[in-house]
Design a protein around this ligand. Structure first.
Ligand code: PEP
Length: 252
C-alpha cells in the first residue's frame, strides 16, 4: 500500500469567524470528490472548535492548531495547552514552523516539549523544518536539515513517530512566491527519508508522510506532488482561497 496523500492548509493569523466559516464551507464543497486525500485545516485558535464541528461528518478531514504550549498547564497567561486542544477534538498540532522559530525564537528543546505534550494528549504532529537561503547558497542545506531532524526526532520512539508527519519547508520559499523546483524538493525529501531510516528503520522511513511547504499553489502543486518522495503539501497563502486550495487537493 502506498503512503497517505495529504494537503494541509495553514491559515496563520488570517480570517475572522465569518470568513473562517465560509472558507470551511467552500473547501468542503469544492473537495467532496477527494475523499481519499487527507485534508487538514490549521485554523487560528478561536475558530478551531467551529472548524471541528463543521467538519465532523466529513471523510478524511481533520483540524489542527498552529501551535501549543511547551507547558502542561498553569500560570502561563495567553498559552494554549495540548490538553485543551485535545478536549475540543482537535486532531493535529503544527510544531516548528519557521515563523515560530524566527519570530518567537522557539528552540529545539521547546519543540521537543510541545511534541511530547501533543502526543501525550493523542494529537498528531506535523513537524516543520527547512534551511534558510544563505544555508542553501553555501551548500549547507542538507546539514541544516539533518541537524534539525536529529536534534528533535532523537527524543521520540519509532512507535511515537507513527503520529508525527514531517513538512520540509525551505524558509526562502515560505510566503515569497519562490518555490523549490520539483528536483530540489525530491532530492531533499529522499534525503530526509534516508535520515529517518538511519534514526529508526527503513520501514518507518518508507511509511512516513513528508509534505512540502513553500509557495505551493494551484499551478505548481501537481509537479511537486508527482515527485516520488513528496506526499503532499503544507499550504500557506493559497489555503486562504477555497478554489486554489481545492485545486491543490486535486493535484495528485
Ligand atoms: C507555510 O506557512 O507553511 C507556507 C508554506 O506558506 P506559503 O504557502 O504561503 O509559502
Amino acid at each position: 500500500m502506498g503512503r497517505k496523500k495529504i494537503v494541509a492548509g495553514n491559515w496563520k493569523m488570517n480570517t475572522n469567524l465569518d470568513e473562517a466559516i465560509s472558507l470551511i464551507s467552500d473547501i468542503k464543497t469544492g473537495s467532496n470528490h477527494s475523499s481519499q486525500i487527507e485534508k487538514i485545516i490549521f485554523a487560528p485558535f478561536p475558530f478551531l472548535k467551529t472548524a471541528v464541528d463543521n467538519l465532523a461528518t466529513e471523510t478524511n478531514f481533520f483540524v489542527g492548531a498552529q501551535n501549543c504550549s511547551e507547558h502542561i498547564k498553569g500560570a502561563y497567561t495567553g498559552e494554549v495547552s495540548a490538553e485543551m486542544l485535545s478536549s475540543i477534538a482537535c486532531d493535529f498540532v503544527l510544531v516548528g514552523h519557521s515563523e515560530r522559530r524566527t519570530f518567537f525564537k522557539e528552540t529545539d528543546g521547546q519543540l521537543i516539549l510541545k511534541i511530547q505534550h501533543a502526543l501525550n494528549n493523542n494529537l498528531k504532529v506535523i513537524f516543520c523544518f527547512g534551511e534558510h537561503l544563505e544555508e542553501r547558497k553555501h551548500g549547507q542545506h542538507f546539514d541544516t536539515v539533518k541537524l534539525q531532524l536529529e536534534n528533535v526526532l532523537k527524543s521520540f520512539s519509532e512507535e511515537q513517530l507513527k503520529n508525527i508527519y514531517l513538512a520540509y519547508e525551505p524558509v526562502w520559499a515560505i510566503g515569497t512566491g519562490e518555490t523549490a523546483t520539483p528536483e530540489q524538493a525530491q532530492e531533499m525529501h529522499a534525503y530526509i527519508r534516508r535520515i529517518v531510516s538511519h534514526l529508526f528503520s527503513e520501514v518507518t522511513a518508507q511509511n512516513l508522510p513528508i509534505l512540502y511547504g513553500g509557495s505551493c499553489n494551484a499551478q505548481n502543486a501537481s509537479e511537486l506532488f508527482s515527485c516520488a518522495d513528496v506526499d503532499g503539501g503544507l499550504i500557506g497563502g493559497a489555503s486562504l482561497k477555497a478554489d486554489d486550495f481545492c485545486k491543490i487537493i486535486s493535484s495528485f
